[in-house]
Design a protein around this ligand. Structure first.
Ligand code: NI
Length: 201
């Protein structure tokens, strides 16, 4: 398969996006997915890489929800143009449709390739890069950094989501990578409170 063809289509698609779903996110997910896949010699690396590249093309933050079917058709066309056969194309689309947080209960049906891409995407939500993306996203949504009584601030997002991600990993290798990132976020939070003069138990 012509992976570069898909990569260029995706690069164009994500151009100008600055709320954490820019192409650098896609590249990090692709790289981590490739790293995890090394531990699974039976996994189809082409599927892993293509799904990693395409996983956020139909993200609700980037497209109008009503145009989603058309976006999946466009992705199918790209995969076919890159030389993917019908089964590979359906496999990649299925992964892209089933790895997001909102559909995570369905992940029992994810193939090993899908589990790898999901782990790589989740890893990018935590650690130093996760912290940076969370504040970038909060800024794009005009959210205060901390101290909102209704919890609508960026620091609250760590407790609602980021600190739970470590336990959601599918593969042992990604769980190990997540543990280090998790510890770094805890250290960050403790220093953040310290510098803000907030007492936390
Ligand atoms: Ni993503």
């Amino acid at each position: 398969m012509d992976i570069l063809y898909i990569e260029n289509k995706v690069k164009d698609w994500h151009r100008g996006e600055s709320s954490g779903h820019d192409f650098s996110h896609i590249e990090r997910v692709r790289n981590n997915a490739r790293k995890i896949a090394l531990h699974y010699p039976h996994a189809d690396v082409n599927v892993v890489i293509c799904a990693a590249l395409l996983h956020d093309v139909a993200d609700h933050k980037l497209i109008d929800i009503n145009s989603r079917d058309g976006v999946y058709e466009m992705m199918e066309k790209w995969i076919k143009e890159a030389g993917g056969d019908a089964i590979t194309t359906q496999h990649i689309i299925h992964i892209c449709q089933n790895i997001s947080y909102s559909t995570r209960d369905k992940n029992k049906s994810l193939s090993i390739e899908g589990q790898i891409v999901q782990d790589a995407d989740r890893l990018d939500a935590i650690g130093a890069i996760g912290i940076a993306r969370t504040f970038a996203y909060g800024g794009a949504k005009s959210r205060p950094m901390y101290g909102e009584e209704d919890g609508n601030d960026t620091i609250s997002h760590f407790y609602e989501k980021l600190l739970n991600i470590k336990e959601m990993m599918n593969t042992p290798i990604a769980h190990q990578m997540a543990r280090e990132r998790h510890l770094f976020m805890k250290e960050f939070l403790s220093r953040f409170y310290d510098e803000c003069g907030i007492k936390k138990d």
